[in-house]
Design a protein around this ligand. Structure first.
Ligand code: ADP
Ligand code: MG
Length: 244
């Protein structure tokens, strides 16, 4: 298996607060990694470091064999290859569903509008957003539909890696299910993903590896059956049992 991303001894400070305290993480191509851990443990900060939305203070990130934390790397190119899906969808409110997907394809990928609409349509259909919804604005869509448009926007760019930060935590249970189903399908298609989520059923079904973070460190990681059902560390057991 090929290593797609390697984070080596990542540290991040916000002022004096030491938020990431030496994170080491390997992600193989085609793998689904789920990160769990208490609020404030540094999960979002880690994801943001991985695609250079914020710069780690120490450590290296090797993506597809290239040290993207060294100088001279084109950050925009890195961000094209590493997609990001936020908890709060972050769709452009003044653009329709399909225009939200088309925009990056035209502006960043330099596709013609015609080609971009074709690629966008395919991405939207793949997440279950049917044609009747394409011309609706975000405010006219349910939260689950908006999040699926956001996922379509990310995958239409054909990223090598997709990062998702609590993609269902703003959603009602039934809308959560429709988004998790989409992610499960992507996982089956071997899209490489790192997902922060506390949906343990999903993690059990879809994750190749579960990572438990606390206080800026990885406490324990391994296959879902081990981390979720039979963890080594008491802290992991406590945290997981509270979510069950
Ligand atoms: P999690 O996603 O696990 O809840 P975060 O990565 O969001 O944790 O936050 C980890 C810690 O870093 C928290 O104490 C948070 O307040 C702090 N933090 C996060 N982002 C910033 C920021 N931009 N500026 C200052 N502190 C931050
Ligand atoms: Mg977070």
């Amino acid at each position: 298996m090929k290593t797609l991303l390697q984070a080596i001894d990542i540290h991040k400070y916000f002022g004096k607060q030491h938020v990431l305290k030496g994170i080491n993480l390997d992600v193989y191509e085609g793998e689904t990694v789920v990160i769990i851990g208490p609020s404030g443990s540094g999960k979002s900060t880690l994801l943001r470091c991985l695609n250079l939305l914020i710069k780690p203070d120490r450590g290296r990130i090797i993506f597809d064999g290239v040290d993207i934390t060294s100088g001279g790397v084109d950050i925009n190119k890195v961000r094209q290859e590493i997609g990001f899906v936020f908890q709060s969808y972050n769709l452009f409110a003044h653009l329709t569903a399909i225009e939200n997907v088309v925009l990056g394809l035209v502006k960043v990928k330099k596709m013609s509008r015609e080609e971009a609409r074709r690629v966008a349509a395919e991405a939207l259909l793949s997440v279950g957003i049917t044609e009747d919804l394409w011309s609706k604005y975000p405010a006219q869509l349910s939260g689950g539909q908006q999040q699926r448009v956001a996922i379509a926007r990310a995958i239409a760019m054909n990223p090598r890696l997709l990062l998702l930060d609590e993609p269902t935590s703003a959603l009602d249970p039934e809308l959560t299910v429709e988004v998790l189903n989409v992610l499960e399908k992507l996982s089956e298609k071997r899209m490489t993903m790192i997902i922060v989520t506390h949906q343990l059923g999903f993690a059990m079904r879809a994750a190749d590896e579960v990572v438990f973070m606390e206080d800026g460190k990885i406490v324990e990681k391994g296959p879902p059956e081990k981390i979720l059902l039979n963890p080594e560390k008491e802290r992991t057991r406590e945290f997981v049992s509270r979510l069950m």
